[in-house]
Design a protein around this ligand. Structure first.
Ligand SMILES: [Zn+2]
Length: 151
């Protein structure tokens, strides 16, 4: 029997690396409705299907006008998808999600500016600032999550 080929591991995207600073990250998706996966993000699905549970209910096909992700034929042939979301719905979800990220990154930018100001004014406090920064980050993420759940 022949040996398997030896392959090197391929790193995940930068934002998935440990210690990656979230505030430096910007989403680069073309489609904010499905984050370029072709399937509507489940938090967004819940705006239309209130009791939607990802993993239990069919994934929802993204039909946003600017979305050019093509899902595999098998998904259609096996009727795996919920195809009820019109372009109109997906476009609306796309723009709401877009707005959400803009607000979030504006917030991140402000936080960063404040932080840099603090670091400038007293370099020796660096260590303390660092832990506070993580806490701030956590707070922001949490608030972001709350906003998402509310809207
Ligand atoms: Zn899409």
């Amino acid at each position: 029997m022949k040996n398997y080929p030896k392959l090197e591991p391929i790193q995940l995207r930068d934002e998935a690396q440990p210690g990656y600073e979230a505030s430096a990250w910007k989403p680069t998706w073309k489609c904010f409705c499905c984050h370029d996966t072709g399937l509507v993000q489940h938090l967004l699905v819940k705006k239309v299907i209130k009791s939607y549970v990802s993993g239990r209910h069919k994934p929802v096909e993204c039909n946003a006008t600017n979305c050019n992700i093509r899902l595999g034929d098998t998904l259609y042939e096996t009727e795996t998808l919920d195809q009820r979301f019109s372009a109109e719905i997906c476009d609306r979800l796309d723009s709401e999600e877009r707005r959400m990220w803009q607000e979030w990154s504006k917030e991140q930018h402000e936080k960063r500016k404040q932080r840099l100001g603090l670091i400038d004014s007293n370099v020796t406090k660096n260590l303390r600032l660092r832990s506070r920064t993580n806490y701030e980050q956590w707070e922001v993420e949490r608030r972001h999550q709350n906003i998402r759940n509310d809207y």
